[in-house]
Design a protein around this ligand. Structure first.
Ligand code: ATP
Length: 352
């Protein structure tokens, strides 16, 4: 199994390298045979060469790799994020990574947010008119096709059932956005008929956001279109305790190819300080282990990350004084301890 590692921009270049020793350690301990290559796609390459996602990259990834592990894309020198769109949307659309899973790890448990990742307002349909260089008309169309909504809803309901979930909420805005909203409702109701174990509900996105912030405990699984899912995931990150904690997986269920990344961006205000929280990036690796069927490695990594987040090595966003490096050193020390304690690996120090 080969992973394409793309640290990207800003704090992506700090948090991603910091987590790689934990990846290697777990791969060796569990005999997973995971290896990686690092790619320098991002703002520097874009500014130097004008290339975002190199030509042939999608075929290369699909042929030789099982997943991408991405840090962040975003750079103040490229205000319109042209390189980010080229790389990230290129990967999402080019590899048809249509299911975006963002687990909201809250105090009472996990709420699984699933976001449709390829169409809606991000379909790239629209344009603008200008007069004397000034934009006078701007149009972004929200496009959804039935097949895309169906495959997304069907997969997510199946996944929620596998996860033992009982409740699922469709988030929409069909009162104000009736065409795509009604399509989502129709597909959701039809698909739900095949999942009697699940109880479905439907909420308008505005009142849903209000309810989620007031009390997230009634929610188990959430299905949302591209834009709504994007916004809800940042609300979810705030409920979790900050952007440094939220992770995500973008998956093409048919090919099995997936992209794992923290929800946060490049955080230019933190670059070079060495204090960015690597928790979200490392949690994305836990999602990767899960995706490839290595639940034991995923569980162990999650346990050690949770313990490190409560320790003195925690980064400042979590109220600690640790650096990015301190935090991951603590995680790898905890992994060492647990690998021996759980008898996954013999002790190298003679201690148990
Ligand atoms: P971009 O333009 O790439 O989206 P941004 O700064 O607008 O970058 P984010 O990177 O998502 O958006 O971050 C918003 C703020 O959240 C940051 O300025 C930073 O203070 C905080 N933040 C984000 N990620 C982390 C992290 N890993 N650790 C600590 N704080 C973080």
């Amino acid at each position: 199994m080969r992973i394409a590692v793309v640290p990207g921009d800003g704090i992506g270049q700090e948090v991603v390298p910091a987590t790689l020793p934990a990846l290697t350690m777990l791969s060796e301990a569990f005999g997973l045979g995971i290896d990686y290559d690092v790619f320098d796609w991002g703002a520097d390459q874009w500014l130097a060469t004008g290339v975002g996602l190199p030509s042939g990259a999608l075929g290369h990834l699909a042929r030789d790799y099982g997943a991408v592990f991405l840090g962040a894309l975003g750079d103040p020198r490229i205000p319109d994020m042209a390189h980010g769109r080229d790389i990230l949307l290129g990967l999402r659309k080019g590899l048809d990574l249509y299911v975006n899973h963002r687990p909201l790890v809250l105090r009472h448990g996990v709420v699984d947010l699933y976001r449709e990742n390829t169409q809606g307002l991000y379909a790239g349909v629209g344009g603008s008119l200008t007069r004397f260089g000034e934009v006078t008309v701007a149009i972004d169309e929200c496009v959804y096709t039935r097949d895309v909504v169906e495959r997304f809803v069907r997969f997510c309901l199946g996944r929620l059932r596998e996860q033992g979930r009982r409740k699922v909420t469709l988030v929409h805005k069909s009162n104000a956005v009736p065409n795509t909203g009604s399509l989502w409702q129709d597909v959701f109701r039809r698909e739900m008929a095949a999942f009697p174990e699940l109880t479905g509900s439907e909420e308008y996105v505005d009142s849903f956001c209000y309810n989620l912030v007031r009390d997230p405990t009634p929610y188990e699984g959430i299905l949302a279109s591209n834009l709504f899912g994007d916004i809800i995931s940042d609300i979810g990150a705030a409920l979790m305790g900050g952007l440094g904690l939220a992770s995500s997986a973008s998956v093409c269920p048919e090919s099995g190819f997936a992209l794992f990344e923290p929800v946060h961006g490049s955080a230019p205000d933190l670059v070079g300080k060495g204090t960015a929280n690597p928790y979200a990036a490392a949690m994305s690796l836990a999602l990767m282990f899960d995706h490839f069927g290595h639940g034991a490695a995923a569980g162990l990594l999650r346990d050690c990350l949770t313990e490190a987040a409560d320790s003195e090595a925690a980064t400042p966003d979590l109220g600690g004084k640790g650096s990015t490096r301190d935090f991951m050193d603590q995680v790898t020390a905890l992994l060492e301890r647990e690998l021996v304690r759980r008898r996954i690996r013999p002790s190298t120090t003679g201690e148990l």
